[in-house]
Design a protein around this ligand. Structure first.
Ligand SMILES: [Zn+2]
Ligand SMILES: [Zn+2]
Length: 313
């Protein structure tokens, strides 16, 4: 999902339903070649399927597969993050989510379905990486372009395929306060997402990030760490109290990505198993079991489900 257009296409199919090529083009303001390529990629990854149907001429309609629909809690996670940290972002999921079961506009609450606890954060859990499984920052099959990831620009302003330099140092460190960045724009950059995951795994030093993200170039790591620091998602802080050596720690804004991280781990474990082993295991300290991330509705305490919430504009 480490691509802004992929995130936007899947979101559109999730919240607005199946669509033909021209429908998606109109919904997203995306060019033909970019849309063609993303649809091909998403189909190759098993997230969407195309169905042929006959109108005047053969047409295809794109819809999400089971794996694609199962991304809905990740979109709820991004929605909840944006509400708090980027309320004016054009990349927000919706202004509000209505829980269909109770009819209320819901402020989703994160919890563990294994024990029923709600209101959890990263501090209530322990995350461990299985070192036998490569923890990759790069896509093994193809290189992604950064699209509008770093700037949080409007989708329409995303560069066409091939025009973005993945390691352009001019993309961070711009003078003045950075624009509030939408969660989806952070997630659209694979290295940033991997660095966030590494931070949730307890990594603090540059060398530790480098050890974990072995296939990322050092200058890319440096640029993304600077970007995440500019966006106040990570902050430089002494590794030890009173010490002089600095590392990176998650800020409250960074910590709020925990539900996104947890749902992505749960999703990839369900759909992209490595011989049945999860690459990352998150344990809920209080119940001692593997965290089963769940969204509940703050109005009725009922669990949110893919079919139960409807977009409200
Ligand atoms: Zn639990
Ligand atoms: Zn409800």
């Amino acid at each position: 999902m480490g691509d802004l257009w992929n995130l936007l296409i899947a979101r559109s199919l999730l919240t607005e339903g199946p669509a033909r090529f021209l429908d998606l083009k109109a919904r997203l303001g995306i060019s033909d070649p970019v849309l063609s390529r993303r649809l091909r990629d998403l189909a190759a990854d098993g997230l969407i399927a195309a169905e042929e149907y006959r109108a005047a001429s053969p047409r295809r309609e794109y819809r999400l597969t089971g794996a694609g629909v199962d991304l809905w809690p990740v979109y709820v996670a991004l929605h909840a993050w944006d509400r708090r940290w980027a309320p004016a972002s054009p990349l927000r999921l919706h202004a509000a989510l209505r829980h269909a079961a109770c009819g209320h506009v819901t402020d989703p609450v994160f919890g563990c379905a294994a024990c029923g606890a709600i209101g959890l954060s990263a501090r209530d859990t322990v995350a461990q990486v299985d070192t036998r499984i490569p923890f990759s920052a790069a896509n093994p099959r193809r290189r992604y372009h950064r699209s509008a990831a770093a700037t949080g620009a409007l989708p329409a302003a995303a560069p066409a395929d091939g025009s973005a330099d993945p390691a352009d140092p001019a993309d961070h460190g711009a003078p003045g306060a950075p624009e509030p960045i939408a969660g989806a724009a952070v997630l659209a950059d694979r290295t940033s997402t991997s660095l966030l995951a590494a931070a949730f795994l307890g990594h603090r030093r540059f060398g530790d990030f480098q050890d974990l993200l072995r296939d990322a170039a050092p200058q890319t790591l440096t640029a993304r760490l600077a970007l995440l620091t500019d966006q106040a998602i990570l902050a430089k802080a002494p590794l030890r109290e009173g010490g002089r050596r600095l590392g990176y720690r998650l800020t409250p804004k960074g910590h709020d990505f925990f539900p996104t991280f947890a749902f992505l781990i749960a999703w990839s474990t369900r759909w992209f198993e490595n011989d049945g082993r999860p690459g990352v295991t998150i344990t809920h300290r209080a119940c001692g079991r593997v965290l089963e991330p769940r969204w509940t509705c703050n109005a009725c305490n009922g669990a949110l489900a893919a079919a139960e919430f409807t977009p409200r504009t």
